[in-house]
Ligand binder design. Structure first.
Ligand SMILES: *[C@@H]1O[C@H](CO)[C@@H](O)[C@H](O)[C@H]1NC(C)=O
Ligand SMILES: *[C@@H]1O[C@H](CO)[C@@H](O)[C@H](O)[C@H]1NC(C)=O
Ligand SMILES: *[C@@H]1O[C@H](CO)[C@@H](O)[C@H](O)[C@H]1NC(C)=O
Ligand SMILES: *[C@@H]1O[C@H](CO)[C@@H](O)[C@H](O)[C@H]1NC(C)=O
Ligand SMILES: *[C@@H]1O[C@H](CO)[C@@H](O)[C@H](O)[C@H]1NC(C)=O
Ligand SMILES: *[C@@H]1O[C@H](CO)[C@@H](O)[C@H](O)[C@H]1NC(C)=O
Length: 491
């Protein structure tokens, strides 16, 4: 009896060990895909070669056309809000990040109790690296990339700095950092080269027994409009100077993407790498970007401000060389990448995983999303909208500029003219985005019931809003108090 029992228990133990071994095997780090998440700053819908043959982006086009191009991947209309969504999987209006972008001296960062994407991937065994633009707050070290899940960081905390001297705001005010140190010795070097080289170095030094996560939020193609002349010279047919330089900036980005993919190939990592590429917001028309045929641009909740030029390529995708028209929002990328990594997405965040849908070309399970809720009334009002099913409701001022614009190419010094807005002009717009993706046909007057339905849903979301955190600039942030460089430690 006792012998039989111990024999039975022995079999059980062997089976348990086998099951444990198999489960460990299925979760083995080496099998998880490497993930490269590239964000192009201020890239317009129509600024990529796979949409606009005037753009020279062969590396991006190859990945996009051999992967999956997203036709309905939405982002926020501005930088800090989109990056909040990418890293936390939360809507900016839940994080107090819904108004404008972070200004350099504001003592604000994305709530520290939010878990960021690299922290989730570290739990799955990933090495995590970030190169580029943060823009999620840096007033104390706890707010900065290496305290929020990244093993290494090279880049800048703010926005709109010079591509060569890496300064923004007061002078001198360096904003370039190599992990915890100021990176003072890159003056005169265009950031796209430094970022690509750092990415290549990391890939070459990476210990392949661990999966790699690289977050690469590029400075290109945000203003200031600057690029080495050789890239500008790729566009002799573009008459407008700003558009010509901007186009060159896109091609410099494309070359960087090419260098990063080449390094992955050289290291034998490419076959097991998943690449996600997205813009952070629509292109700013006044800074030479283009979103044709979509309406509006950066700063607006029109489709031109909120549809990201975006695609995925690589490991795990089954139905490729195609487009995907399911609805995706910026808050979803965190859960989607965690799923792609073999992890379990969080259930208490705004985002949801679309991994199974995207990889097999199945419908998206997202049926609605918030474009934005901006409760900070002065100096703007509006910038608010919701999508439910095929319909989109815009409440208040959508933001400027408005209209439909071809790439700027009329005269050498042509500049874009902003639409003048009168407060309270058009309180409500309603569109059927499936039938009218370019927002030509306002249905608000014709469909009052649909307006009421979407407005009620919007109000449901608004009840969960955290007030916008948008304080005055803190004088204690002044980089001149820190040897002329933006430095944490003043909140
Ligand atoms: C973070 O803290 C805020 C304020 O205390 C709270 O409202 C929110 O629910 C917390 N969020 C998470 C994800 O823990
Ligand atoms: C950096 O370049 C900008 C022009 O883009 C200039 O205004 C600024 O003074 C320069 N800053 C330094 C510290 O050289
Ligand atoms: C800048 O200095 C750091 C630290 O000494 C060094 O690792 C890096 O290679 C230098 N970069 C350049 C471009 O000189
Ligand atoms: C890409 O790599 C080539 C070859 O090393 C180099 O000449 C070029 O400057 C790199 N481009 C970028 C944008 O880093
Ligand atoms: C890579 O990591 C593994 C596991 O930690 C270790 O055994 C191996 O020595 C490392 N390889 C190199 C080249 O550092
Ligand atoms: C810009 O306009 C010129 C003529 O003014 C034309 O030759 C050229 O093809 C256009 N370029 C683009 C990229 O549209």
């Amino acid at each position: 009896m006792s012998l039989m029992f111990s024999g039975h228990a022995g079999v059980m133990v062997v089976l348990m060990i086998l099951a444990l071994f198999l489960s460990l095997l299925s979760l083995s780090s080496a099998q998880r895909p490497n993930i490269v998440f590239i964000v192009a700053d201020d890239l317009g819908w129509n600024d990529v070669g796979f949409r606009n043959p005037d753009m020279k982006t062969p590396n991006i086009d190859k990945l996009a056309t051999e992967g999956i191009i997203f036709e309905n991947a939405y982002v926020q209309n501005l930088c800090s809000p989109s990056r909040t969504a990418f890293m936390s999987g939360m809507y900016p209006f839940h994080a107090g990040m819904q108004h404008e972008v972070l200004l350099p001296g504001q003592a604000v960062c994305v709530p520290l109790n939010y878990t960021f994407l690299p922290q989730e991937l570290k739990k799955l065994g990933y090495a995590t690296h970030m190169i580029g633009k943060w823009h999620l707050g840096f007033c104390k070290w706890e707010c900065t990339p290496t305290y929020r899940g990244f093993d290494t960081y090279f880049g800048y905390y703010n926005a709109a700095e010079d591509y060569y001297n890496h300064s923004t705001g007061w002078d001198p005010s360096l904003d370039y950092h190599d992990n915890l140190l100021h990176a003072r010795n890159y003056s005169g070097v265009y950031s796209a080269f430094t970022f690509a080289q750092r990415a290549v170095d990391i890939i070459h030094q990476h210990n392949a027994s661990q999966p790699l996560f690289m977050y690469l939020p590029y400075q290109n193609v945000h203003a200031p409009i600057e690029v080495p002349k050789m890239y500008e010279d790729m566009y002799p047919n573009v008459v407008n100077t700003g558009r010509r330089i901007y186009s060159g900036m896109v091609s410099a980005l494309d070359e960087a993407v090419g260098n990063v993919t080449q390094a992955l190939k050289d290291r034998g990592l490419f076959e097991n790498t998943l690449i996600l590429f997205t813009a952070d917001n629509g292109g700013p028309l006044e800074r030479y970007a283009n979103n044709w045929p979509l309406r509006g641009g950066k700063h607006t909740v029109w489709e031109g401000g909120t549809k990201g030029a975006s695609f995925m390529y690589g490991a795990g995708l089954q139905k490729t060389k195609t487009t995907y028209d399911g609805m995706i929002h910026a808050v979803d990328w965190k859960s989607t990448l965690v799923s792609a990594a073999g992890g379990t997405p969080e259930t208490d965040i705004d985002g949801m995983s679309h991994w199974d849908s995207i990889r097999s070309g199945l419908p998206s399970s997202r049926t609605e999303f918030i474009y934005n809720i901006d409760d900070f009334e002065i100096p703007v009002e509006g910038h608010a909208g919701i999508r439910v099913g095929d319909y989109k409701l815009i409440l208040g001022y959508p933001g400027g500029p408005d209209g439909w614009h071809r790439p700027m190419n009329r005269t050498q010094d042509d500049i874009f003219e902003q639409t003048v807005y009168t407060k309270g002009d058009r309180p409500i717009h309603l569109f059927n985005i499936r039938e009218d993706p370019t927002e030509h046909n306002d249905l608000a007057q014709q469909m009052p019931d649909m307006v009421a339905k979407l407005r009620a849903r919007f109000e449901d979301y608004k009840k969960t809003m955290v007030p916008a955190n948008f304080p005055n600039t803190d004088p204690a942030s002044d980089p001149r108090l820190y040897g002329g460089a933006w430095t944490p430690g003043w909140c």
